[in-house]
Design a protein around this ligand. Structure first.
Ligand code: SP5
Ligand code: ZN
Length: 347
């Protein structure tokens, strides 16, 4: 199994997350990527360097305003003297629909105001290495997609920071650029017609869903902890979100009750696989392992064996698979869970 890697993914150091006003240590740490690399190498995988082949794909996945913001905002934060207050870009005012109620969204003058124009939560801070790392992760996803388009049956990209909460024009949930969306677009650039995203991260991938919500040629499917039970991303991931316009019927969410273990989880994954059926030519697997029982960020209770069987169910689709890493925060089990899933995928 080719495993795509870039040293640049280590450059994003989140330092902190501000959650209900409390500054807590960051959870999406660089060590996640090195742990994954070690586990995969130990399991016999072949490391492939990420190639810089994604900028036009980034422009397809995201708005120019978001890309310019992510590239420039930390420098503006430094130049504006904000390091005196915070060592990371932290938003405080958000141009929500409730603030503007139909009025145009202006471009604010102050950097501290602009911080909230694209970031929709207070946990996803921008530091000096955020942009190069996010870009490297997206390039890794595109490289894995290119390997699959060139004939590999499966490829896996160690993407960090993760991506599935990043929308076309916004970011949050520890995500900045949508790596899974970039993988989809890279497959299609290489001539693959229909792509199904299977998102097995514990959280709903609101970003990926929204990017493809009106498209019939990209199915988005996800099993995750029920946002209606109080879990991030709170505002999306419900079962009645089925797509819009041409994309009606191309979206499938399976929300699960907190505490769900292997049986309920695997029934959910099976639903996704049946939903996809013969309607896709390739799969992008949004591979988060934070549904595992020992993960601190979700209340689901999937075992290592459950993740292995998750991979096997994806394999049963009989399609080439581009796996991109998403969440998973318990460093001691991150490697084994991911190796088990990929072993299921490759058989
Ligand atoms: C990619 C991914 O798995 N993103 C997950 C983002 C969800 N984060 C929600 C955090 C909720 C509060 N967690 C408290 C941790 C304090 N450090
Ligand atoms: Zn997650």
């Amino acid at each position: 199994l080719p495993v795509v890697w870039s040293d640049d993914v280590l450059r994003h150091v989140p330092d902190a997350e501000i959650w209900i006003g409390v500054r807590t240590p960051g959870t999406e740490l660089p060590e996640r990527a090195t742990v994954l690399r070690s586990a995969l190498v130990r399991a016999g995988a072949r490391l492939v360097e990420a190639r810089p082949l994604g900028d036009e794909l980034l422009a397809q996945a995201h708005t120019p305003e978001l890309l310019a913001h992510l590239e420039g905002v930390y420098g503006q934060w430094v130049d504006g003297g904000y390091l005196e207050y915070q060592n990371r870009v932290v938003p405080y005012v958000f141009p929500t629909p409730a603030m503007l109620e139909g009025l145009p969204v202006r471009r604010p003058t102050a950097t501290h105001a602009r911080a909230g124009q694209f970031c929709y939560d207070t946990m996803t801070l921008v530091g000096p290495g955020t942009w190069p790392a996010a870009r490297a992760a997206a390039h890794a996803a595109a490289t894995a997609a290119d390997l699959v388009a060139a004939g590999e049956r499966a490829a896996y990209a160690i993407c960090r920071p993760p991506g599935h909460h990043a929308t076309r024009g916004g970011f949050g949930g520890s995500c900045y650029l949508n790596n899974a969306a970039v993988a989809v677009l890279a497959l299609q650039r290489a001539g693959v017609g229909r792509v199904a995203v299977v998102d097995v991260d514990a959280h709903h991938g609101n970003g990926t869903q929204s990017i493809f919500y009106d498209r019939a040629d990209v199915l988005y499917t996800s099993v995750h902890v029920d946002p209606g039970e109080g879990w991030f991303p709170h505002y999306a991931g419900f079962a009645d979100e089925t797509g819009t316009g041409a994309g009606e019927g191309a979206n499938r969410n399976v929300p699960l009750a907190p505490g769900t273990g292997d049986e309920g989880w695997l029934a959910g994954v099976r639903e996704l696989v049946e939903f996809i059926g013969d309607r896709a030519d390739a799969v992008v697997l949004s591979l988060g392992v934070d549904a595992a029982e020992d993960d601190p960020e979700s209340p689901l209770r999937v075992s290592e064996d459950g993740y292995g069987r998750t991979g096997e169910l994806v394999r049963e689709l009989g399609l080439p698979v581009v796996a991109v890493h998403e969440g998973g925060y318990h460093l001691p089990t991150l490697g084994p869970l991911t190796v088990a899933t990929l072993a299921g995928v490759t058989g």
